[in-house]
Design a protein. Structure first.
Lengths: 179, 179, 179, 179
C-alpha cells in the first residue's frame, strides 16, 4: 500500500515542531501520532528531528492525513530518516540541530520527553517560540513563575493550541514565500 | 499574478543544491535562474542558502517551473528568505549552515561564486557530493590533479549533469521516505 | 592594577563550566564569582559562554584566584568576550554554541539561569555531564524521578561537588594532553 | 621525558590557526611541525582541528617551543585530541567546527591540504582572516584575480607572515582580556 503523496506547501502553512524522545512509551507514541495527524489536518507542515520514537510517530500521523514532513537529521546520512520523512535535512551537527528544529518552527508540541527534549524546550522558550506540552517536563525555579509551557490534556487540544499560536507568531514574522 | 503552487515532493525526487554568491553579475544571475528552472523541470527539489543573488535567482527559476524550494537560512528570522523559498529552514548558525546545504544535496551546482561558495565546494568534495561548476573556481595544487569539479558550458548542461549524478548518489544512499 | 596572569594548564586540570544568565541578580552574580574563584583554587580551567552576567562574574572570580578562563562566544567578534576571558573561542553559531560549552566541560555548575541555561542543562544531562545547581531550575515529569541536578547550598559546596565529579568523569575519558 | 608545560597566555598573544589534512606527506608534516614551533617561539597561541596529521605535527612543534595549543575537535570525546593539545574544545558538530577554527584565529597557515582545508580557506577568506599558504591550493576564477592566499616558501616565512598579519588584525579587533 502506498501512502498518500504529501500536499503542496503554501505560504500560509505554518511550520510546527513535534519534539520528544526516541524511546517513548506506547501511550506517548500514540499521542505523538495523533498530534501529527491533527497538525496535518490543520494545514501545518511538520518539522521534527527525523529519527524514531516520537519523531517517527508524529510523521506517521502527519502522513496519514496527507501532510508534509521535514526531518532535521543529526547525522550525515539521509537514510537515518524515519520512513515518513518527506524532506530530510542532513545536518551532521548532531544535537546542535535541536536549535534548528526550534528556530524553524512557529510553535512546538512536546510529547513526553527526555533530556534532549529539555534542551529543545529551553531553546524554544528563549527564542519566544510557544511550547505546548503533553505529559512533558515541568520547569520551576524558586521565587519565579513556572516556565510558560502550555499544558494540553489531549493530543487534539495540543495540536489546536499549537496551530492557534503559530498563526499568531506568523503575523509578526511573516513567512514571505509563495505570495 | 500568483506563482504556481509547489508540487508534491516524492521519494524519488533528488535534492540538488545551487550555490553561489549574493552579488552575482547579471549573467551569473541569469545562469542561476536557468539552472533552477532546468532542475525543477527534471524533477529535483532545490536546496540553497535561501538569501538573495544566485540563491534567489535559482529559486525563481525553480518556481517558474513549478518546483519545490528549500532555503537553509543563516540567520534567525524566516523573513530573510527570498520570496521564492517554499520551506525556510531557520538555522541561526550563520555560514556554518553551508555544511547543511552540501550534506542535504545529492549533487551541487556552483554558479560563479565568492569565498563562501568556495567553502561549500570544499565541503561537497569532502563529503563525496558531486560538484558541477558554471564559471566557478578552479582549484589546483602543484603535483596533484585538479579538484574534480565538473565544468559545464551552459546552465542546461549543468542541470543535466547534476540530475544524472544525483541519481547515481541516490542508489547508494537511498532516501527512504514516501515508499 | 593588573590582574594576575593565568596559570599554565596541565593535563590534570579538569575543565568545568559555569552556566547562567546574562542578567543575574546581585546575589547570583556574587555566587557565580565565588564559584569561579573556588574552581580556580581547586585547579580547574573555567569554560563558559564568554559574555556578561553570570559568565563574567565566574570569569572574574577565576581570575582573582589566578585561574585560566575560556569563553565560547556566540558571535563573530572576539571583542564581545568579557574582560576576564583568557581564550576567546569565536564560534559565530549563536546559541548552538551551548552544545560546545557542555561537551567541553567535565562538570557543569548552573547558577540561577534563564531559558538558555535550561538548554545547557538539557544538553549536559543528555551527554552524561554532571550538573550541580545553585538556585537553578527544578525539572520534574509526572511519574518520573526528578532530573539528577545536584543541589548545592553554597558556592563553595557547588565548586567542591563539581571538582569531585569532574575528577570521576576524567577517569573514564582521560584528557590525553600534556602527559 | 616530560614535555614542557604550556606558558601562560597573555592578552597580547595572537591566536593563529594551522590547517591541513590528516594524512600529510612526510614533508608536509615536517613543515607543519616547523610552523607550529615558529609560531610558539613568536608568542602565538596555536589553534587547530585537534586531530592527527598536520594538526598533530603543528601541535607537537608548538609544544617543543613551550607554546599553548587549542584543539577544536569535531567529535564528542576529548580523547580524540592528539597528545599535544592542551585545551580540547569538544564541539560534536563534525566539520562545521571548521568555521570555529577560522573565526577564532587572527591568521591562518595552510599546509598542503585536502578538501576540508579548502573549506577552511574559503571561510577564512570570507571572514577577512589572512591566509598564508605553504604548498596549498591555488584558487582561480576566469576573469578574476586569484584568491589572496599569501604564498610562503618556507615554514619559517609562513609563521613570520602569519604573526605579522595577526598583529595587524589585532589592532582592529582587540582581544580584550588580560589587560
Amino acid at each position: 500500500m502506498r501512502r498518500l503523496k504529501p500536499p503542496r506547501p503554501s505560504g500560509n502553512s505554518p511550520i510546527i515542531a513535534v519534539i520528544g524522545g526516541s524511546a517513548p512509551t506506547a501511550e506517548e507514541a500514540a499521542a505523538a501520532e495523533a498530534v501529527g495527524r491533527a497538525l496535518a489536518e490543520g494545514g501545518a507542515i511538520l518539522v521534527c528531528g527525523g529519527l524514531r520514537g516520537v519523531m517517527e510517530a508524529a510523521c506517521r500521523g502527519a502522513k496519514s492525513a496527507g501532510g508534509l514532513t521535514i526531518g532535521i537529521l543529526p547525522g550525515t546520512d539521509r537514510s537515518e530518516a524515519n520512513p515518513y520523512v518527506d524532506i530530510p535535512i542532513v545536518t551532521g551537527i548532531r544535537c546542535a540541530r535541536n536549535v534548528i528544529i526550534t528556530r524553524t518552527a512557529q510553535a512546538v508540541v512536546a510529547v513526553g520527553g527526555s533530556y534532549g527534549t529539555l534542551s529543545e524546550i529551553g531553546f524554544a522558550l528563549s527564542f519566544g517560540v510557544p511550547v505546548v506540552g503533553l505529559g512533558t517536563w515541568e520547569l520551576r525555579r524558586e521565587g519565579h513563575p513556572p516556565a510558560p509551557i502550555i499544558c494540553a490534556a489531549t493530543p487534539e487540544e495540543a495540536a489546536a493550541r499549537a496551530l492557534a499560536l503559530a498563526q499568531r507568531t506568523a503575523v509578526g514574522k511573516a513567512h514571505q514565500s509563495l505570495k
